[in-house]
Design a protein around this ligand. Structure first.
Ligand code: HEC
Ligand code: HEC
Length: 387
């Protein structure tokens, strides 16, 4: 928005704000702050942020090898499960709550999409990985997912991925130590995953158009087809508090009260120390930038650990909402079936106390949405599917 229209808008907001308070009406939407929050929601950059901890992150040859590795079931101990087994189809996930791994194994949580994954700052529902390449090591070695190890992976790389591997890493798989081999394989997969994005969506166009209308006048904004949905998203629903910015996530962890009696219910609190002390993290020996900005985020997290501890209990990562229509079912448990059910979940203020670990964050409370507001929110979520 240019400075002129901004100041025109500011003046009209002030004038209408005064009128509204004079007649005791609700303040017109959007306020200046709300307008600012809306401005931040649309038009994500076409490429995820750079990741200096993987020098091959944007290397096309690495992405090509990573693409093959991602789809290669030979990497698994059972020979039948690849990354794509659980991250497939339009939504790059599975259509059920939990996914099936090697030898009858079943995952403890719902697989998130890998679409736009490297726009995230933390990975996994509980944040136990801090980079996309080290995230990949977890499913490869997890007994209920791929159950693999460096020996299995080394023989596959030697058989099917030479000379590509040697060109990129300047050594053969045989010359690569076990941990480094796992890290390198993850780095190739990250290079591929960084290319798997679905961004620009009807939602972005709607937000832009609404902002333009609301900048002309309040009445013009009210006439816009996206008015009720965006107003509910921002104001009554409070969704914007956590699902903000172009990624539609604050990159933080919250306890929103999702029913979960499983072993993994403590969420972030159980994951944060293992991640900070992990040899594969951004500050570790396998990072290509162990003292860079990605690594300094770990140091920052460590210093706030004591203060944040109680908020971490039962807390999960705020997921992106982009492509949500393609990724049902929802939440870390996968127990919420549809987007309409998600809206109902928030409308009742989350699941009942006692059905989840820890204390629900204050923002989540009963919303009293009417039928139109609920329908508008569902339509808004559906419009977030990218191309
Ligand atoms: C058996 C099913 C299964 C397999 C195989 C699998 N995943 Fe996943 N994936 C999951 C589940 C479940 C989660 C969530 C786990 C959690 O948060 O505790 C997940 C999480 C992720 C995430 C995190 C996304 C985010 O937003 O936090 C990425 C990225 C990912 N997987 C990529 C991969 C890659 C790469 C591979 C292969 C090396 C792989 N997955 C193999 C089930 C699977
Ligand atoms: C306090 C922060 C917060 C607020 C406010 C919030 N969310 Fe969420 N949202 C989260 C977190 C955290 C999760 C994951 C929780 C879990 O799985 O335990 C989530 C999950 C979701 C999901 C499921 C996504 C998926 O891939 O499984 C959708 C859809 C969603 N929220 C939409 C909304 C809408 C619509 C609103 C407003 C009515 C809203 N959220 C308000 C933090 C928030």
């Amino acid at each position: 928005m240019n400075a002129r229209s901004l100041s025109t808008r500011l003046t009209s907001l002030l004038v209408v704000g005064l009128l509204a308070s004079a007649c005791g009406d609700e303040n017109p939407f959007p306020s200046f702050d709300e307008l600012d929050a809306l401005q931040q929601l649309h038009s994500p950059p076409q490429k995820p942020p750079a990741d200096a901890t993987n020098r091959l992150a944007d290397n096309p040859q690495a992405a090509a090898l990573g693409n093959r590795l991602f789809h290669d079931p030979k990497l698994s101990a059972c020979g039948t499960v690849s990354c794509s087994s659980c991250h497939d189809g339009d939504g790059r996930t599975v259509a059920k709550a939990k996914a099936d791994g090697c030898n009858g194994g079943v995952t403890g949580r719902n697989p998130p999409t890998i679409l736009n994954a490297d726009y995230n700052r933390w990975f996994m529902w509980d944040g136990r990985a801090d980079r996309l390449w080290n995230q990949a090591i977890l499913p490869m070695t997890n007994p209920v997912e791929m159950g693999s190890n460096a020996n299995i992976i080394r023989s596959v790389l030697t058989q099917d991925y030479l000379p590509g591997y040697a060109e990129l890493f300047n050594k053969t798989p045989d010359e690569t130590g076990d941990d480094e081999l796992l890290a390198n394989t993850g780095k190739l997969m990250q290079a591929y995953e960084r290319t798997v994005n679905r961004l620009r969506s009807p939602f972005d166009e709607d937000v832009k158009r609404f902002i333009a209308a609301a900048t002309v006048s309040v009445a013009e904004g009210e006439r816009d087809p996206a008015y009720l949905a965006l107003k509910t998203y921002v104001r009554k629903g409070q969704c914007i508090v956590c699902h903000k910015g172009v990624e539609m996530s604050d990159h933080l962890f919250h306890n929103i009260g999702v029913k979960d009696g499983s072993e993994s219910a403590p969420g972030q609190t159980a994951a944060v120390e293992p991640m900070l002390n992990w040899k594969f993290n951004a500050a570790g020996a396998f990072s290509d930038a162990p003292t860079g900005t990605e690594a300094s985020r770990l140091a920052a997290l460590r210093t706030t650990l004591a203060d944040k501890r109680s908020e971490m209990v039962g807390a999960y990562k705020t997921p992106t909402l982009r492509n949500a229509a393609l990724t049902a079912p929802y939440m870390h448990t996968g127990e919420v079936a549809t987007l309409a059910d998600v809206v109902e979940f928030y409308n009742k203020g989350g699941d009942e106390n006692g059905t989840f670990t820890g204390t629900r964050t204050e923002t989540i409370k009963k919303l009293d949405l009417n039928a139109e507001e609920k329908a508008a929110l569902v339509k808004l979520l559906e419009s977030m599917t990218g191309q």
